[in-house]
Write a protein that binds this ligand. Structure first.
Ligand SMILES: NC(=O)c1ccc[n+]([C@@H]2O[C@H](COP(=O)([O-])OP(=O)(O)OC[C@H]3O[C@@H](n4cnc5c(N)ncnc54)[C@H](OP(=O)(O)O)[C@@H]3O)[C@@H](O)[C@H]2O)c1
Length: 311
């Protein structure tokens, strides 16, 4: 198989090499990869910035990658043979296992995959993995209800974009906190208001729209402490990065994306039922992985950069 490998940290040291084909153990499937995203966390793996958090017992060379779209070509003992040949999305919690998906063959537990139809390209499908699952959990934690208004910071980003669609699908009002250049796209995706980083203080901008403060805030842009002032007393704050200190009885919570086959299936279903967006910024062949990471690092991008695998 062909895999992205990093023996010495640094984008310039990325290699795409042949390694031994894996075989599925009981409870696993073997997936012939068609597409795998590059996420911010992968850059942390490649550069070594996240090395202190790598799972114990793992060692170089590392293969990055958290999600994959492709077809099941082999099933391990105890796995339904009906999965053979089906198109799936799979999620690999790298910080638990050290097992990356930027590889032409990927083994995953059957509990980490969901069957997908043919409605999306594999590049679109793979964006639903880490980012979709993270947004899913974050929105569950925020639990916005129909009459509520919430802020999503970074709503034009990958996690924030899924969160925007998920909160709107729950019937709550969204104030998207984004860059000015994303104003129109946010409104056309259903955000009720937009506040921009160019306006300066986030909380002041939000309180000109909702003077008493919003019911909740989902922070994908890591604004943390200063964003709490946008939230009403006893409201809710959820982040996907670092937690701020709580204040005024606001509950604060940090979540991470986890393997959840039901959530993956629901997210894939929402791409057709409620128009969940799956933007792809650019595709690179796996052999051009170094160029893909360089492009990723030179962001910002709208949509994900995706590695593709020849069939
Ligand atoms: N906990 C988890 O399991 C988990 C999972 C996935 C991701 N994450 C983390 O979540 C964060 C977002 O990831 P992502 O993949 O969604 O990144 P992304 O696609 O780059 O999106 C981040 C967005 O935030 C925007 N932004 C930054 N500062 C802002 C500000 N002050 N006001 C408004 N918008 C601002 C960026 O806009 P510009 O492009 O204009 O700067 C961009 O649109 C990253 O830190 C990532 O590491 C955590």
């Amino acid at each position: 198989l062909r895999a992205v490998q990093i023996s010495t940290f640094g984008i310039e040291n990325i290699a795409v090499t042949d390694i031994d084909d894996p075989a599925p153990v009981p409870g696993e499937v073997l997936i012939a990869a068609e597409a795998a995203t590059i996420n911010p966390v992968d850059l942390g793996i490649v550069t070594g910035a996240l090395a202190p958090n790598f799972p114990p017992g793992t060692s170089a060379p590392y293969t990055p990658g958290w999600d994959v779209a492709g077809r099941v070509i082999e099933v391990g003992e105890g796995v339904d043979g009906a999965l053979l040949g089906t198109r799936v999305i799979g999620f690999s919690p790298w910080m638990n296992t050290g097992q990356g998906t930027q590889s032409s063959l990927v083994t995953l537990p059957v509990a980490n995959i969901a069957v997908a139809g043919d409605g999306l390209t594999s590049s679109q499908l793979t964006t639903v993995g880490l980012n979709g699952l993270t947004a899913w959990r974050a929105v569950d934690e925020l639990h916005p209800t129909r009459n509520e208004t919430v802020v999503i910071t970074g709503a034009a980003g990958s996690v924030g974009g899924f969160a925007l669609d998920l909160v709107i699908a729950r019937g709550a009002r969204v104030i998207a906190a984004v860059s000015e250049r994303d104003r129109e796209s946010m409104l056309s995706r259903g955000a009720h208001h937009v506040v921009t980083r160019e306006q300066g203080d986030l909380a002041m901008a939000v309180r000109t729209v909702v003077p008493d403060g919003v019911d909740g805030l989902l922070d994908t842009a890591s604004i943390a402490g200063p964003s709490l002032a946008a939230i009403r007393d006893a409201g809710r704050y959820v982040t996907v990065t670092a937690l701020p200190d709580p204040e005024r009885s606001i509950t604060v919570a940090r979540i991470v994306g986890v393997a959840d086959a039901q959530a993956l299936a629901a997210l894939v279903g929402m791409t057709t039922s409620t128009g969940l967006q799956t933007p792809v910024a650019r595709e690179f062949d796996i052999e051009d992985a170094k160029a893909a990471y360089r492009e990723f690092a030179s962001g910002p991008h709208r949509g994900r950069i995706v590695l593709t695998f020849p069939k």
